[in-house]
Design a protein around this ligand. Structure first.
Ligand SMILES: Cc1cc2nc3c(=O)[nH]c(=O)nc-3n(C[C@H](O)[C@H](O)[C@H](O)COP(=O)(O)O)c2cc1C
Length: 168
């Protein structure tokens, strides 16, 4: 089951006009919080945005987020620099949490798309302002969530040439 989800997950950028149930959102957030993190610091926060005005402002500062016009929910994954194990570790921790969320979405029949924020300063600063994040909280990425209105093919991605035995 889990392997199918890994192999079948794709970024979904078209959504049905159908709200996402609270219990499913809760499962996504719970899945995110089960991700591994350095020293188990779990240096993450999640801003769940359903307010259309806020989503529209996010679209104005993020150039590759057009799909949010249809998505009922935007989750902004944030890193807490006061909790991370060492400077910069929150990036990996939040990446693991985000991937858990994308896989959980796929498993629940939802569609999701990762919207990169870090390390692009021109996105980080305005998103921080928009969401009123405290100084020690950095916006890591956005995740658009909704019910999929597209079915995307899953290409073979395994490349033998990327695998090195014992040394390069
Ligand atoms: C760090 C990161 C940033 C991304 N940013 C965006 C983005 O801003 N907008 C977007 O539409 N997709 C974004 N994506 C999704 C990628 O385009 C997508 O994962 C990639 O094309 C592979 O397709 P798949 O997710 O369907 O397997 C991002 C993915 C990652 C990991």
């Amino acid at each position: 089951m889990m392997l199918n989800t890994i192999f079948e997950r794709r970024s979904v950028r078209k959504y049905l006009e159908k709200p996402v149930e609270d219990d499913k959102l809760h499962t996504l957030l719970r899945a995110a919080m089960y991700a591994p993190s350095a020293h188990d610091r779990r240096p993450w926060h999640f801003v769940v945005v359903r307010d259309r005005a806020v989503i529209e402002q996010f679209m104005q500062v993020h150039p590759y987020s057009k799909m949010l016009a249809q998505a009922p929910v935007l989750i902004v994954v944030c890193g807490d620099t006061s909790r991370e194990a060492a400077p910069g570790y929150y990036l990996e921790d939040c990446g693991a949490a985000t991937q858990n969320m994308l896989l959980a979405a796929c498993e629940l029949g939802l569609g999701a798309c990762w919207l990169g924020i870090t390390p692009v300063r021109e996105r980080m600063e305005p998103v921080k302002q928009l969401l009123g994040l405290p100084e020690h909280i950095e916006p890591f990425c956005g995740v658009a969530v909704g019910y999929p209105d597209e079915a995307r093919q899953v290409p073979e991605r395994f490349e033998e040439s990327r695998v090195h035995q014992n040394r390069w």
